[in-house]
Design a protein around this ligand. Structure first.
Ligand code: KG4
Ligand code: ZN
Length: 347
């Protein structure tokens, strides 16, 4: 029997992406068209600009992905698309494209949750799925811990009650006048800084809490830079070394909480696998510290390959294929949803 071939489409935020998978882990093509250059001057994603750019790019990128994968529509078994959560105008473009193609090519349509796709993206690099596992999803919009029992059984264990980790990276980078998006810039700058220079606060929210809070850390950086109670100013009074020290100290505080809560979740759920996905999973300090912590606690860490950490359609196709196998087919009444799907569970 030929392997199941699936087209994945992702447009939830500011990346237009199309991918073709042949079987669970064989990524034949994964094209990502980033809109970072369009949004940079505004310091964040402008929803209206994002949806217009998706409209311009979606058709060419799908055609290009099929051509690069050397796959014709008749070779496909299904089309998987992100139906949420995300920017509603952006999601609408991907969902409309997927519904149109599923109808005209007479293919099953599969709806994939963007965060669940991040939570299972590490499996793209695993010959055998690493479930059950605790999954840390750290992106621009989400910071959550999940218990993944199988590709189709994913329960929320905890999440941020205010800022997401990526959002904190981007805002602190803005405070330090580093540019956008801030995560990769802080990651790079922190290499030259002293992580012990400033003792920024860690918010634990209770001894066994699996929720996160990053607004206090962000405010601590703000006041450290401009002075308590002040919100605006410049960093002109800081030396390049002081800016690097702030970046490194902020990063270590943020990563410390992520690592400790992830290993705590694994202990509370009595699982031995840990997976990590989402844009912030590309952070070098997080990858290093998680590896050290998991190693010392006998946990097996499965890091999502860098190219599948930030938004991409390969992870959508991969989870879509599993949902197709599980009979979770959508129909042409599928509508995008801006909000998160939640089944919360206490370990
Ligand atoms: O998953 P993603 O591409 O989009 C969302 O679904 O949100 O994540 C984007 C986020 C941004 O906040 C970006 O600053 C952050 O991931 N990011 C990083 C790194 N690379 C991307 N944060 C820290 N270190 C990095 N190396
Ligand atoms: Zn994402």
């Amino acid at each position: 029997m030929p392997p199941t071939r699936i087209l994945g489409i992702e447009t939830s935020c500011d990346e237009t992406s199309a991918a073709v998978l042949s079987g669970a882990t064989d990524v034949r093509c994964n094209l990502v068209s980033s809109q970072i250059d369009l949004h940079r001057r505004y310091g964040g994603v402008v929803p209206e600009i994002a949806s217009r750019a998706h409209i311009e790019r979606i058709q060419p990128i799908i055609a290009e992905a099929l051509s690069m994968a050397d796959v014709a529509p008749a070779d496909l078994s299904a089309i998987a698309v992100t139906d949420g959560p995300g920017l509603i105008g952006s999601l609408m473009v991907g969902v409309m494209a997927a519904k149109t193609l599923a109808w005209s090519w007479d293919l099953p349509l599969v709806a994939v949750d963007h965060i669940e796709a991040h939570a299972t993206s590490a499996a793209l690099a695993c010959p055998d799925p690493p479930w059950p596992a605790v999954a840390l999803v750290v992106s621009g919009g989400h910071t959550s811990l999940y218990l993944v029992r199988s590709f189709l059984e994913i329960d929320l264990l905890g999440e941020t009650i205010d800022d997401a980790a990526g959002e904190a990276f981007d805002k602190v980078a803005a405070i330090l006048e580093l540019g956008y998006p801030g995560g990769p810039l802080i990651d790079k700058l922190a290499e030259r800084g002293d992580p012990r220079a400033i003792d920024f606060p860690r918010t634990w929210l209770g001894r066994e809490s699996l929720d996160f809070s990053y607004s206090g850390l962000k405010t601590a950086v703000l006041y450290h830079v401009y002075g308590a109670g002040r919100k605006y100013g410049t960093v002109a009074h800081l030396s390049p070394q002081q800016v690097a020290d702030i970046a490194a100290s902020f990063q270590v505080a943020l990563v410390d909480v992520l690592v400790r809560k992830t290993t705590l979740a694994a202990r509370l759920c009595a699982v031995s696998n840990v997976v990590v996905g989402g844009g912030v999973a590309a952070n070098s300090a997080l990858r290093r510290e998680l590896a050290i912590a998991c190693d010392s606690q006998g946990l097996k860490l499965h890091l999502t390959p860098m190219k599948y950490c930030t938004d991409n359609a390969a992870m959508i196709a991969a989870l879509g294929l599993q949902r197709l196998r599980g009979g979770r087919i959508a129909d042409l009444s599928l509508e995008p949803r801006a909000g998160l799907l939640r089944t919360r569970r206490r370990p």
